[in-house]
Each structure stands twice: as C-alpha cells, then as structure tokens.
Ligand binder design. Structure first.
Ligand SMILES: [Zn+2]
Length: 531
C-alpha cells in the first residue's frame, strides 16, 4: 500500500504506509539521511548530559533517528556545529531531527534568538527534520493567551516558505492550543494549509507529567481530526514506554523523550508498567543485556556514574523493545489487545482508554476492515473497538432481512460458526419451529452475540463475527449494549413474530429482561422461549 503525500511545491514527502491498525501505522518516512521506519521513538540528545553517545545509540541499539535541540546547540556550540554539520558534530549517521527552542520559551519565558535565525541555523547545520520556532501555549494560561500563541505560531509558520532556502529538509509544524480543544482544532486547520511535511502536538509535557492521559487523548484527536491524515504526526515529550502504545494507537508516528536519561540520573528504572526507584527493587523485571546477569543489589553497589550509564542503557532497551512489540502488534492486527494490557498498568491510562469511546467513529473510519487474527474481548471497554462499531453501522444502514422472513428467531451465541455446527443448535431449531408451529422457510435466525449485538445467520462468516473470543459471562455494560442493539434492531426491521431463545440461568436472561421491559413499555410484543 503506498500513501504518498505531495505538497504544493512538488517536493515529495514520502511516507509509505505498510501496515495499519487502529490509527497506528508502520510506515517508511524518507529523509535525506535515510529511511526511518515508524512508529519511531527518538531519544533526546543533550550533549552536556549524555551518558550513552549517539554513536552507541546507532551501533548498540539500532537507533536510526534522534532529536536534539537546535537552540541549545546554537547557543553553546554554534561555530563547531556550523563547521562540522550536525551529523559529524553528534557523530550520528542516521536521521537527525531538531527542535527549535520552544520548550526553552516555555521554561524561561524567552530565548535569545529570533524565529528567522532558528530556521536559518537549522538549514546551515544540515539537519534532516527541522522545527519552526513556535510559541508554545503551555499549561496554566488564559484562553486569550492560548489564542495568541496559536495566532503567533501560524504567523511564524507562514514566513517559513519565504525564509527557507533548501528543499531537502522536512519541516515540522507544531499545533498549539494547549488544553483548549477548540483552539487545538483551529490551530490544526490553519497549520494544515501551510506546506509542512510533519505536524506535531506542541507542549503536551505538563499534561503527561500530571498523568492527564485522557486530556492528552482529547488533544491528539483535536489535532489529528483537523490535519491531513496521511501527514506524519509527532508527539513532543512522550516520555514513558508505558504510554507508547497509546500514543501510537492514536496515530502518533514519531515521539521523543529525554526520560530514559533524566530518570537514570535519579536512579529511576523504567518498565512498561511504570517507573520504579532502584532502592525499591529487589528483583529486576527485565532481561535486557544490562539486566540479565545482574540483580538490583549490583546496581546499587555501582559507582554513581557507572550506575547512571547502565540505568540509561536499560531504560533505552525498555523503550526500543516496547516499540518492537507495538510494531509486531500492528502487524498482527492486535494493537487493541496490546493497548488493553498496557493501559491496565495504570488507572490514568485506563481512563484514557475509556475516552476512546468518544472518538470510536473516527477510529473506525481509519481502521483496517480485515485482519489476520481473531479478536479478544475482555470488557465493555472493547465496545469502542472499530469492529464492533462497524458491524452496528453496517447492520443499521445496509442490511434488510430476506423478504420471506416472517418469524425472527433470536438465538444466543458467542461464536456463530461454532453454534451452527453444533447438534444442539440443529435440534433446538427444529424443536422451536415445531413448538411455535412455524414453517422453517419462514423463520430467519439471527444470533445475539456479545459484544456485536444482532448478527443475521447469513452474515456469520463475515470477519470478525465468528473470529473472536469473549469473556463469559459478559460484564453489565456489554449486556446492556447487546440488549440495546436487539431493541434497535426490532424497532427498525419488520417481522410478523419475534421470538427470543434463552438458556435459563445465563447472561441471556439479563438481556431478555431488558428487552422485555423496553417492549412492554412500547406496547409491542416479543415472545420468549426458555430452553
Ligand atoms: Zn533491563
């Protein structure tokens, strides 16, 4: 599958998407220093505090892209970087992205460089991916201030085309607006009209530091839903491997973090479920090359400098391994399952996962229709899965029961293909027709299936209506969802008789009860047959 975005200057921004799942994509982004496979984690390089060098990142970790701060380099090593070029200066042959100093504006109020100088400097040091000097919104600011930062960033972005002199550098257009979602959307709409190659969500760091991942979900969607979908998207400062899966699933192709380094300086050990202080560790829950021969005590006994380096290396291994797991999950079409595992690692992440319900239709529109593997359903959170949303939509909009179907038989199932093969089903169906005195040819079987709702028998081979596993009995919200789908179906489609089959003492009774109450209220008729 080739997705090519061509901007108006006919400079090709090549971003080829190989695999997709949810809004995530395994892609190949072409830069002048090589092709970068996405999703990619970009370690932040700060030469003053670096215990693992860029060369080691390249050789030992297979890191192909990193990010450093153009403003800090300009301030501290301008001549050297200009003479050597950024690749020699850092000693890194891969792709280098540079940030512009916006974070320093946020931290210190202002910086000693103009937006024009920052654009020029990034071209002169020969970076591969450059960022305009945007004006970050920050966190605790008024709406007026936020609006000003959006406007000012768009103004600065508008000047890029006049100022840039090279065509081989990819430019990043940051989206501002902070926690004001309408402003994020506005910023995205305005920035998308400017010829950027990549967009980024600006200043989400405070949101992540406070674990407001549900707000982060809102911010990312406000941006993504108003940007050209195929343009790569970067999330600044997506610090921790426990949230990489969430970021990728929401369509973040690139994200950077200095956490691997900063945390190591403070004896903090990264895992995919959170951060642990070294002094709290009795066992090392990791088998990376740093940890597999050691225990926590070995770490504690190391001299400070060595410990910091080794912890940094461990933290990097955890980050890169998680990216590989995410990519494999995308390949298998199991990113949702991976996301469920990760988000159950922390309540604030699970809260963010629940927020996906608000965006389920957008996710559905961009998610692949067919996958290689079956689906696992764990709880009502899975009701936001694109496959569940898609089935409901198709049934409502495109399905008409066969004309000769006069009697609807609603039959319970947790896997229609299995049900159809079972002797119990065949016998039960014959019994039902006899008991109700109905002709086989006039009866239409529809299964009621958690979490999908109503599935007409003739659709039971459509993916994934028979390719899934679910926890039984389903939880209360899933039961309510299925019952509501039955009620909606019965309201919309015409049958002379409707019969619901229930096995007593099971979850089916609860569904039947909800349907019965709804229909009694409407004065309609639904028969129940208990088997
Ligand atoms: Zn390790």
């Amino acid at each position: 599958m080739l997705r090519l975005f061509v901007n108006r200057r006919q400079k090709m921004v090549e971003f080829e998407v190989k695999n997709k799942d949810l809004l995530a994509r395994i892609g190949r982004l072409k830069t002048k220093s090589g092709i970068v496979e996405t999703p990619a984690f970009l370690p932040v390089i700060n030469m003053a505090k670096q215990s693992v060098t860029p060369r080691e990142l390249w050789e030992e970790f297979g890191c192909r892209i990193l990010i450093t701060n153009a403003y800090i380099i300009k301030k501290q090593h301008a001549d050297k970087a200009l003479n050597m070029g950024i690749h020699s200066f850092l000693d890194f042959p891969g792709t280098i992205m540079t940030d512009s100093g916006a974070y320093q504006i946020l931290a210190y109020g202002d910086i000693e460089a103009t937006p024009d100088e920052i654009i020029k400097f990034q071209e002169e040091i020969d970076t591969d991916i450059a960022t305009i000097l945007d004006l970050p919104t920050g966190w605790a600011v008024s709406k007026e201030r936020a609006e000003y930062t959006v406007r000012e960033t768009v103004n600065r972005a508008g000047k890029l085309q006049e100022l840039r002199s090279r065509n081989d550098i990819l430019w990043v257009g940051p989206i501002q607006g902070g926690r004001y979602l309408d402003l994020v959307a506005k910023s995205a709409r305005k920035m998308s009209r400017i010829q950027f190659d990549i967009h980024a969500l600006g200043s989400p760091t405070p949101v992540m530091e406070q674990y407001l991942f549900d707000l982060l979900v809102d911010m990312i969607f406000a941006a993504k839903m108003n940007l050209p979908f195929n343009r790569p998207f970067h999330l600044f400062g997506a610090g921790h491997p426990f949230m990489f899966a969430l970021a990728v699933a929401l369509g973040c192709d690139l994200f950077d973090s200095a956490a691997y380094n900063i945390f190591a300086q403070d004896d903090r050990y990264l895992t995919t479920y959170g951060t642990v202080h070294l002094k709290e560790l009795e066992y090392l829950p990791c088998s990376c090359p740093v940890c597999y021969k050691r225990d926590a005590q070995d770490f504690r006994e190391m001299p400070k400098r060595e410990r910091e380096t080794e912890l940094t290396r461990h933290n990097l291994h955890v980050c890169f391994a998680e990216i590989k797991r995410i990519k494999q999950a995308i390949r298998e079409g199991r990113l949702w399952e991976h996301l469920m595992r990760r988000t159950h690692g922390h309540p604030s992440l699970l809260q963010a996962m629940k927020r996906l319900k608000d965006y389920c239709e957008f996710i559905e529109r961009h998610s692949p229709v067919v996958k290689k593997s079956g689906l696992f359903f764990f709880s009502s959170i899975d009701l936001a899965r694109p496959e569940v949303i898609r089935h409901d939509k198709k049934l409502r909009e495109r399905y008409t029961p066969p004309e000769k179907a006069k009697v609807l038989v609603l039959y319970p199932s947790v896997g229609p293909r299995r049900t159809l093969r079972s002797k119990l089903y065949k016998r039960a169906l014959a019994d039902i027709c006899e008991k109700l005195r109905i002709d086989h040819s006039e009866a239409q079987v529809c299964f009621y299936i958690p979490p999908f709702g109503v599935v007409p028998k003739e659709l039971s081979d459509v993916y994934p209506l028979s390719q899934f596993e679910i926890v039984c009995p389903p939880d209360a919200d899933t039961i309510r969802y299925v019952a509501q789908r039955i009620i909606d179906y019965l309201r919309e489609k015409r049958y002379e008789r409707r019969v619901m089959i229930i096995k007593s003492g099971t979850w089916q009774e609860e569904i039947a009860q909800i349907c019965k109450e709804a229909f009694e209220k409407e004065g309609k008729f639904l028969e129940f047959l208990i088997v």
